[in-house]
Ligand binder design. Structure first.
Ligand code: NAD
Length: 306
């Protein structure tokens, strides 16, 4: 098994699963290995399986492995793997789509609470030497209408986690569950979601259809002073329109874990005092990363052992 790269100090999790099943592990240099190094490792080791985190697995690497059975992405997205080349080799390409459902939904709820209770803005003020307890801008979470766009793995968990707060829950999904939405959640169309919610949470995948789901027009539909949370993909939101809606209304705030242009998002947007930002870390926790690594290695063993 060729592990092209690893983002962690020591691949001991991968080693124990792979070697525990009787396979041997060849390891590329830490973090996104250069292509030439991967092709060379593939030539030397002729692996049955390739595991990759950030490194690109291109056609030359795949073609150097005559017995390849599986290319495993240690993550969700598959854009760093040449899937056509893998298919031509007869190798399956797999990922771990659900290792961080708890973390991303926790992050969305955390951002909502941080905004409603002014935790980030008061923290900035207090550290700046200001001790002003005027709390008029704070919101009672129970009184909020929370609109969730995308009722998939993560959207469902965010909705379930908001239920005990007593907030009104609106849900929009183009492909709603066949049995309808759970009790206490109201299915609505996108227009209603935007116009009735105090908080809009994006849990949609980025597709040609959802790109710029939040643009100048949709922002104009949103409630004055409302909050937009994006923990999905930056491309769901038009950055220029977002900045304009924060500066001129109606939007009150934005909480962004993902921004189009990351890792160098527009400074004017990220630096805006109405924006709370985290650097695409909603997926992360000690538990989620360990789960990701263990399940990736187990998937390789599962395929190799039939
Ligand atoms: P999912 O596929 O389980 O759910 C997506 C939902 O969106 C589905 O219910 C689907 O029916 C709905 N949908 C698809 N196209 C739509 C459209 N055009 N209009 C309305 N609804 C539509 O995905 P998930 O596991 O819940 O993940 C959601 C997104 O979260 C991922 O696509 C990914 O971009 C993002 N994500 C972010 C992080 C992070 O660290 N910030 C980590 C993991 C995932």
């Amino acid at each position: 098994v060729l592990l092209t790269d690893y983002a962690w100090p020591d691949p001991e999790v991968e080693r124990s699963v792979i070697e525990g099943a009787g396979f041997s592990l060849a390891i590329g240099p830490a973090k996104a290995s250069p292509q030439a190094a991967i092709v060379e490792l593939a030539r030397q080791n002729r692996p049955l399986a390739i595991m990759t985190c950030w490194a690109e697995v291109t056609a030359p690497a795949i073609e150097a492995c005559p017995d390849l059975k599986i290319v495993q992405r240690i993550g969700v997205g598959l854009d760093n793997i040449d899937r056509a080349a893998a298919a031509a080799r007869g190798a399956v390409v797999t990922n771990v789509p659900d290792y961080c459902v708890e973390e991303v939904s926790d992050h969305a709820v955390g951002m909502l609470l941080a905004w409603a209770r002014g935790i980030v803005s008061f923290d900035r003020e207090v550290k700046g030497g200001q001790w002003d307890a005027a709390g008029a801008r704070l919101r009672r979470v129970r009184d909020l209408t929370v609109g969730i766009a995308g009722f998939g793995r993560i959207g469902r968990r965010t909705a379930a986690k908001m239920q005990p707060f007593g907030s009104r829950l609106l849900v929009y999904d183009k492909y709603p569950p066949s049995g309808g939405f759970p009790e206490g959640m109201t299915g609505v169309d996108a227009k209603r979601l935007l116009s009735e919610s105090d908080v809009v949470v994006l849990h949609l995948p980025l597709t040609p259809e959802t790109r710029n789901f939040i643009d100048a027009r949709s922002l104009q539909r949103m409630k004055p002073g409302s909050l937009l949370i994006n923990v999905s993909r930056g491309g769901l939101v038009d950055n220029d329109a977002l900045l304009q809606a924060l500066e001129k209304g109606p939007l009150g705030a934005a909480a962004l874990d993902v921004v189009e242009g990351e890792p160098n998002p527009p400074r004017a947007l990220i630096g805006n005092p109405k924006v709370i930002a985290t650097p695409h870390i909603a997926f992360a926790s000690t538990a989620s990363v360990l789960e990701l690594r263990r399940r990736s290695a187990e998937e390789v063993v599962r395929v190799l052992t039939g």
